[in-house]
Design a protein. Structure first.
Ligand code: COA
Length: 392
């Protein structure tokens, strides 16, 4: 039997070809986004993500992912009105979040919140595209409020109700940090940096969490189950959980003067360094330059030179030793730290964005469904008989 990994790309006759980790497998078509690693390009519905970051709001990008086209002014105004009206949580969800242990990971709270919202949806689930988009819009509106509530209750602070006059990004920063002079919600540069991170995190073809959502959808299960499963997949440190672990690493190193030694030790001992490497991009992640530029501006505004210095040293050592480049989580980790978010909430921030991409993929999967069910090659015990029990 031949097991294909990154290192083995050949097979021999009469043996099943195993693509471990589905390495290099093209599982289906998608019209949502395109990743071209050779040219470091990522497009959403044909538009380069860098241009979307430059010219669009997160809401416009969500609309694009769900509808295939950027909204007109009227369409955007309607979309915003509809979405903003859904921001307030019902008392049941507020109580639920407050009841959950504040020792559990915030991703567990978010997963539970999505599951709860599924139980409260009065509409019987259908695979109708409009119904799934309504679920997506509801979650896009509600999850930021739930995450803000979770952050504040863990800090022992009062809940801040959503402000329906603010954009998605600004409202979330406002619910977490208030509207004081020092709040990122009051700083247009900070709001835009956060918004760009949301656009960059919104969608990335058949990554592990999106594929999870498509596998669940392919059984004709409901969208809440697919989204709950996707959150579970995103939590892992090899996927979305990496942005949290990047910051834990940087906080552990603490001083840029120690960064080279730390990296050398990690690589000598074959430890994974979070925030580096990618299954698809092997010569750099297309999203990094935009986020890295935002990190540098945030560092200037918030006296965060130390993190940028550490970033550069770590990236330099990694490149010199292995040629492996940073992925999006490497700049977004310290950027979220400079915005003031607690480290364990970095991956929930990723969810707030990716729920838009997941929803687009759930719709696409239903529109042209085939049960996703791969085969396995058995390598366990030979067939045998169950031993007779004494007395039988
Ligand atoms: N730190 C150290 N070594 C790394 C590495 C990292 N972050 N990423 C890859 N490598 C090494 C692998 O150990 C492997 O070494 P080997 O050939 O000696 O076994 C080699 O580089 C090739 O890795 P590859 O098989 O191409 O990676 P993959 O496609 O299986 O895995 C990731 C991709 C993302 C899972 C992997 O790079 C990783 O674990 N990164 C850290 C977690 C992370 O940042 N995740 C977010 C991804 S967006």
């Amino acid at each position: 039997m031949t097991v294909m990994t990154s290192a083995t790309k050949h097979t021999t006759t009469n043996e099943p070809e195993i693509r471990k980790g589905l390495y290099g497998v093209i599982a289906d078509y998608t019209a949502v986004s395109k990743v071209v690693p050779e040219t470091n390009s990522l497009t959403y519905r044909g538009y380069p993500v860098q241009e979307l970051c430059e010219h669009c709001s997160f809401e416009e990008v969500a609309y694009l992912l769900w509808n295939g086209e950027l909204p007109t002014e009227t369409e955007l105004a309607d979309f915003n009105r509809e979405g903003r009206a859904l921001r307030a949580l019902d008392q049941g969800l507020v109580d639920l979040v407050r009841t959950l242990p504040d020792t559990c990971h915030p991703m567990d709270v978010l997963r539970t919140a999505v599951s709860y919202l599924g139980t409260k949806d009065p509409e019987p689930f259908t695979t109708d595209t409009e119904h799934i988009r309504r679920i997506g819009l509801h979650l896009m509106a509600q999850l930021p409020t739930a995450v803000a509530l979770d952050i504040r209750r863990r800090r022992g602070e009062e809940f801040v109700e959503p402000d329906l006059d603010r954009s998605f990004a600004e409202n979330f920063l406002y619910m977490v940090f208030g509207d004081g002079e020092d709040s990122p919600a009051s700083n247009p540069g900070d709001v835009r940096a956060f918004e760009k991170s949301l656009i960059l995190y919104a969608e990335h073809s058949f990554n592990a969490s999106t594929f999870t959502s498509r596998v669940i959808t392919s059984t004709r299960s409901d969208a809440y189950s697919a989204l709950t499963g996707a959150i579970g997949a995103l939590k892992g440190p090899l996927h979305g959980g990496a942005n949290e672990f990047v910051m834990h690493t940087m906080l552990e190193i603490d001083d840029p003067a120690r960064a080279e030694e730390w990296m050398t030790d990690a690589l000598d001992n074959k430890r994974l360094v979070m925030g580096f490497g990618h299954r698809v991009y092997k010569s750099g992640d297309s999203r990094v330059p935009t986020m890295e530029a935002e990190l540098r501006s945030l560092a200037e505004r918030h006296d965060g030179g130390k993190w940028v210095e550490m970033y550069d040293i770590m990236a330099g050592v990694m490149d010199g030793r292995t040629g492996i480049k940073p992925n999006l989580d490497f700049p977004s980790g310290p950027a979220y730290h400079l915005l003031g978010f607690p480290v364990e909430f970095f991956t929930p921030l990723f969810v707030l964005a990716r729920v838009t991409g997941w929803t687009a993929h759930i719709v696409e999967q239903y529109e042209n469904n085939s049960l996703i069910r791969p085969l396995s090659a058995y390598n366990g015990a030979e067939q045998r008989s169950v031993p007779a029990k004494s007395g039988s």
